[in-house]
Design a protein around this ligand. Structure first.
Ligand SMILES: [Zn+2]
Length: 148
């Protein structure tokens, strides 16, 4: 199950985590936000409405998360997405809904493969590759299911 949350402290944590990792993020070329990029669009976000929309969109990926609980922390700040073991995900909402959905799936896969990552001692690039491979495998299966 996916549990969506938003509050002031989530924003503060996203901002501080970003500032602490800033030089690493810059080195790796990550995009992150420390301010509101479009005040008209994202100034007054209805987080409950957004959470409902995301739940709807994510329904068809249920195989990924139906057996476990994942807490999705919505914020305007920080990188597109990041994960914290065992089951927390920070998600930046200053993007299109399709992109947010893709990032949520990406981060859930991160949480699910972290044991393998540690076992195999994968570095950052290898870890991202593994996640992308699993994502491809999963979406291929999803497509097959729809065609059947
Ligand atoms: Zn990743």
């Amino acid at each position: 199950m996916l549990i969506f949350k938003h509050n002031f402290f989530i924003d503060i944590r996203a901002i501080s985590a970003t500032i602490l990792r800033k030089s690493w993020l810059d080195r790796k070329g990550y995009i992150y936000y420390l301010l509101t990029i479009d005040k008209d669009k994202y100034g007054k976000i209805d987080y409950n409405k957004l959470a409902n929309e995301l739940s709807q969109e994510l329904k068809r990926y249920g195989d990924l998360f139906n057996d476990d609980d994942y807490i999705i922390l919505l914020t305007k700040y920080g990188v597109y997405g990041s994960y914290y073991l065992p089951n927390k995900i920070f998600i930046n909402i200053q993007r299109d809904i399709k992109d947010i959905v893709a990032t949520i799936i990406h981060e859930i896969i991160h949480l699910r493969v972290e044991d393998i990552v540690k076992q195999k001692r994968l570095n950052h690039e290898e870890k991202e590759e593994l996640v992308e491979d699993m994502l491809k495998e999963f979406t291929a299966k999803d497509r097959q299911k729809k065609e059947m």
